[in-house]
Design a protein around this ligand. Structure first.
Ligand SMILES: [Zn+2]
Length: 83
């Protein structure tokens, strides 16, 4: 099976809740990174894909697919446990 590069980590720009970011950057959390501090739900909606902050109960990002059926890859690469 050919492993697509799409299954490797390809994130070049992280999506973060602006409120979480403010709180983290002001130093009012014990978290070592914004990723640690964030509590994001990611899922499909009626129009596309939504990122939701569980901590603040606010929308972070809502991508409208505009009725298009986009290609998505739900496979993953698991690390080998053997040599
Ligand atoms: Zn937040």
């Amino acid at each position: 099976m050919v492993v697509s590069d799409n299954l490797k980590k390809s994130i070049i720009d992280y999506i973060a809740c602006s409120e979480c970011q403010k709180e983290f950057e002001s130093g009012m959390t014990d978290s070592t990174s914004l990723q640690d501090y964030s509590k994001l739900d990611i899922g499909f909606s009626d129009i596309g894909l939504q990122v939701w902050c569980r901590r603040h109960e606010i929308n972070v990002c809502h991508i409208d697919f505009e009725g298009n059926e986009l290609e998505a890859d739900f496979r993953c690469i698991l690390a080998n446990s053997g040599p």
